[in-house]
Ligand binder design. Structure first.
Ligand code: NAP
Length: 328
């Protein structure tokens, strides 16, 4: 067990974690950030980010996150490219064992590990996503998990939304104002979504429905000289009789839920039935001194800018907690 006890340890390096790192560093708390194996979080997997304020013509997602990492370091945060493998303690100080086996102790813990979209598992799903290289990722290539982030790339084009929950209805409604035709593909006839959301979607003339259908394959053109690899359609398979048909679309929006990255907190803080961390309006969890921010507790907004705001709140609350306990 190390003698030194950190004032603040931040787990996660998306907008929530890095904003928390900037604020706690500027408050003199010398934060350490466990940035994880893919630093920068979900935005490093998107292309152009057009809705983060301050960038008149948008900004490349990986560049935005890289700049946030540099800003956190410049303000004095220490970054470690490791994850948290184990967390112990019901109140501070907490003991955290990293993926490299290092044992750390900290008075406050800011948990900002985000969530990942549930994958469909359809053939072709991973062939048409923006490439990791920022030069190539000029815009989405056809498969995406976020209408608010990428809808604008499919103006007046036909797209499908996969899913039958509130997210799918919300995405379909949002896209119906931007895209040409939006087809909701759902594997059964009944919906998990709330009635009001279903009715709103049903009232839109350009939303069509393919029920009792699964996505058998996402179709696209191949990368040839001067011809970008793009989605051209989907092959649907009836969940009733197995019959196949094709739809021509330019975009596939998958909205079948998210999985919060909170497994390591099981038994440490209270989670809801879907695994999201329960927090109060001051980002406090059930463990005293452990705060959470971003998509790991927020299933509703899931935006970079809201995550950053919550990271700021968590940092200010951690600072206040340390001062109140004579630890700053
Ligand atoms: P969800 O409620 O879990 O719905 C997921 C949908 O995806 C279900 O219709 C499910 O089908 C389908 N699905 C799951 N796995 C699939 C697969 N492998 N292949 C095909 N379809 C699959 O998730 P969500 O819609 O993201 O909502 C999550 C939570 O956020 C909910 O509590 C929701 O109310 C809330 N939310 C609220 C709002 C709002 O109020 N404005 C907006 C968005 C989300 P089955 O139904 O057949 O299982």
């Amino acid at each position: 067990m190390p003698d030194e006890i950190l004032k603040t340890l931040i787990i996660g390096s998306g907008p929530a974690g890095l904003t928390a790192a900037i604020y706690t560093a500027r408050a003199g708390l010398k934060p350490m950030v466990l940035a994880g194996s893919s630093p920068g979080g979900q935005l490093t997997k998107t292309s152009l980010v057009e809705n983060y304020p301050g960038f008149a013509k948008g900004i490349d997602g990986p560049k935005l996150m890289n700049d946030m990492i540099e800003q956190a370091k410049w303000n004095g945060a220490e970054m470690k490219w490791e994850s948290a493998a184990k967390i112990e303690g019901k109140q501070g100080p907490f003991t955290v064992t990293t993926s490299a086996g290092e044992v750390l102790r900290t008075h406050t813990l800011l948990f900002c590990t985000g969530a990942s979209p549930r994958r469909l598992g359809a053939k072709g799903e991973f062939d048409y996503q923006p490439k990791q290289s920022t030069e190539q990722a000029v815009w989405g290539e056809g498969v995406t998990y976020c209408a608010v982030c990428d809808g604008n790339f499919y103006r007046k084009m036909p797209v499908v939304v996969v899913g039958g929950g509130d997210s799918a209805m919300e995405e379909a409604n949002y896209l119906s104002n931007i895209c040409g035709e939006v087809t909701v593909v759902h594997r059964r006839e009944g919906f998990r979504a709330s009635q009001v959301m279903i009715e709103r979607a049903q009232s839109k003339k350009n939303i069509k429905w393919e029920l009792n259908q699964g996505i058998e394959e996402i179709l696209g053109n191949n990368e040839k000289e001067g011809h970008k690899r793009r989605v051209t359609g989907v092959r649907l398979k009836s969940t009733k009789d197995g019959s196949l048909k094709e739809l021509k679309v330019d975009g596939v929006f998958i909205a079948i839920g998210h999985i919060p990255t909170t497994q390591v907190l099981q038994g440490v803080v209270d989670l809801d039935e879907q695994g999201y961390i329960k927090v109060d309006d001051r980002q406090r969890t059930s463990a005293v001194g452990l705060f959470a921010a971003g998509d790991c507790h927020d299933s509703r907004y899931r935006q970079a800018v809201t995550a950053a705001g919550m990271g700021c709140k968590a940092a200010l609350e951690a600072e206040r907690y340390l001062a109140e306990h004579g630890l700053s």
